[in-house]
Design a binder for this molecule. Sequence first.
Ligand code: ZN
Ligand code: ZN
Length: 402
Amino acid sequence: MKKVLLIIMDGLGDRPNSSLNGKTALQAAYKPNLDYLALNGATGLMSPVSLGIRSGSDTSHLSLLGYDPEKYYTGRGPFEAMGLGIDLLPGDIAFRANFGSVINSKVVDRRAGRIKDTSELSKSLATNIDGVEFIIKSGVEHRAALVLRGKNLSDKISDTDPHNIGTDPLFTKPLEKEAEFTASVLNKFIERSRKILNEHSVNIKRIENGELPANEIMIRGAGKIPEIPSFREKYGMDAACISGTPLIRGIAKLAGFNIISVDGMTGRTDTNYGNVINSAISSLKNYDFVLVNIKGTDIAGHDKNPELKKSIIERVDQAMDPLKKILTNTLIAITGDHSTPCSYGDHTGDPVPILFSTEGILSDYVNSFDELSVSSGFYKIKSSDIMPIILSYSERAEKYGA
Ligand code: ZN
Ligand code: ZN
């Protein structure tokens, strides 16, 4: 049996960029190590979730770990809340939340002037109303997650984020009869929050400084925490996850992964990729399966910055040099979770390149790891095919039949 290292370069797939002479970021990048692994590996194209689906990072990561998102995806709220370090229980209802600004009873900004730190504000809102615990945790800038814990809660309630400015601040509404209790406690929470936030010293100071107050908590995307079988139960492997992205860490936690933190892994494009790859390699001593998510490629795609995407691929490639030394007892799989073409600035349904490499593997004729080259490789698969292929190459698959 071999150890498994699965590296997801987030949003890896790209389309032609005029500033790169019509090449994709992968085609334009100098990436000798990725090419080495493609040359000594089996490659192909992988469609995240299914052909042409513009998947989010959450649904695609669920799918590529073998958890059907049709069954287990319950909205982004639960996944973001877990990623922020809220330990969720079955039955909890989670939301994504924004701190926004309300002046003269109108929403004037949904991001509270891009406030830097809302942790003091979040702390002041934690409470218990009618037996329901309200847990709130700040994320980056104006973002936060809200979790409701208690009995008889429903996620069938409307957003209070107006998704627009110039409107009245909203209360939530039940979308079915069973959700009336949830909506009523939540509306009590919202009323209470408005009072606390308006009187909070952080906001009084902001107004004195001519900044917008963060005085309205706007929630959206209610979802119930899904129960999913652990990765260990499913595959018999002890697994760890290395990621700078709360959402990915949340999914991994849900599947029972241990989360490994790495110095210099920021979730941004300034991540120290050497530290990331080295810590993945050393984690393989203690774990059977290590999942690495590298976010920078997706960020560059959203920023419509092909030069940045190319340079991140080059920096990651450079850090991958030591991977060549672990192929004897490790299966390495590298792919993206979806395409984020720089020309489009968001996720698309294009397939992404994938490679599997380990000593003794039957390789195809592909010697370059990019969207076009791998199209002549062995595989045309969906993300849900990855785990069975990994189990087979790592000598862990059970025989089907006699
Ligand atoms: Zn992604
Ligand atoms: Zn993205």
